[in-house]
Design a protein around this ligand. Structure first.
Ligand code: C2E
Ligand code: CA
Ligand code: CA
Ligand code: CA
Length: 278
């Protein structure tokens, strides 16, 4: 059976038909999840390695589905990106983080929260204006927040990414390059982009106590970042040994299961009260 599609004829494939139906229903489920408040803000602590002090947290989304239960971001973020739903999700996350940040500032607590941006967000010309409106509503300065952008998202369309990043940076947001080391970014771009922070990918950090090559990569990335005047953060710190190694290398901040896994806001605030650095 042949079906007419656009101008040409395509062979009818029930499998394709079914999967596009599945996509449609996933998209409507995501929309409904937003309406029904099924997304949840999780926070993972970010610490200064030399003092052990908690400096902030990364905002990570979770989906608590009424039937399927807990769904991690890797299971719906890539899909949200291809459909454009990511825009709604990014704004929702920004809203949650801004609200929390305002509450904490009123209590005299200064923490810097990081929000993840996706490839698609970097192409969204309206995003900076939408962020500005959220911050204004919560009487927040952009400098209270950091935006994490993966290296591969930047390299997808470097010229446009640079334009968006410059607008966000001029507004006062701190910018971080996420998953650094995995995205083949050219050092020429790194030099030109208005970033404040490099986040070394966890794939290099997790095994750096056992793997000499990983340790060398981490050490040279810390030096590279510092030579360019950037703050360097390591993600994937899973042991005290890795913490100490990173500290010896002069890495500024760390994040990982050794200190704390991503957790709901109330857990994070309680964790912060009882945290003692090694
Ligand atoms: P990411 O931005 O690289 O976030 C770090 C991921 O590493 C998180 O996974 C975190 O749970 C995990 N992680 C942190 N410390 C450790 C550790 O010590 N060991 C190990 N093995 N893993 C660690 P998560 O929360 O599942 O998020 C996965 C990815 O989904 C994120 O990677 C990010 O790319 C994306 N994501 C999550 N939330 C959002 C969001 O709100 N917006 C966007 N655009 N992307 C998001
Ligand atoms: Ca991130
Ligand atoms: Ca990362
Ligand atoms: Ca990642």
């Amino acid at each position: 059976i042949a079906k007419r599609k656009g101008s040409g004829l395509v062979i009818y494939d029930p499998a394709i038909d079914q999967s596009s139906q599945e996509s449609l229903s996933l998209l409507s489920e995501l929309r409904r999840a937003l309406e029904r408040d099924e997304f949840m803000l999780y926070l993972q602590p970010k610490l200064e390695l030399c003092s052990g002090q908690v400096v902030g947290a990364e905002a990570l989304v979770r989906w608590i589905h009424p039937e399927k239960g807990f769904i991690g971001p890797d299971n719906f973020i890539p899909f949200a990106e291809t459909t454009g739903f990511i825009r709604m999700l990014t704004l929702w996350m920004m809203e949650q983080v801004a609200r929390l940040s305002e509450q904490l500032q009123q209590q005299g607590v200064q923490l810097k929260f990081s929000v993840n941006l996706s490839t698609r967000d970097l192409l969204d010309q309206e995003l900076p204006t939408a962020f500005a409106a959220i911050l204004q509503r919560h009487r927040l300065q952009p400098a209270a927040l950091c935006l994490e952008i993966t290296e591969s998202a930047i390299m997808d369309d470097p010229a446009r990414a640079q334009n968006t990043l410059e607008r966000l940076s001029n507004m006062g947001f701190a910018l971080s390059i996420d998953d650094f080391g995995t995205g083949y970014s050219s050092l020429a771009y790194l030099k030109r982009l208005p970033v404040d922070e490099l986040k070394i990918d966890k794939s290099f950090v997790m095994k750096m106590a056992q793997d000499q090559d990983d340790a060398k990569i981490v050490r040279s990335t810390v030096d590279l970042g510092h030579n360019l005047g950037l703050r360097v953060v390591a993600e994937g710190v899973e042991s005290e040994e890795v913490w100490f190694l990173l500290r010896q290398m002069g890495c500024d901040q760390g994040q990982g299961y050794f200190m704390g896994k991503p957790m709901p806001v109330q857990h994070f605030l309680a964790w912060r009260e009882q945290w003692r650095a090694p």
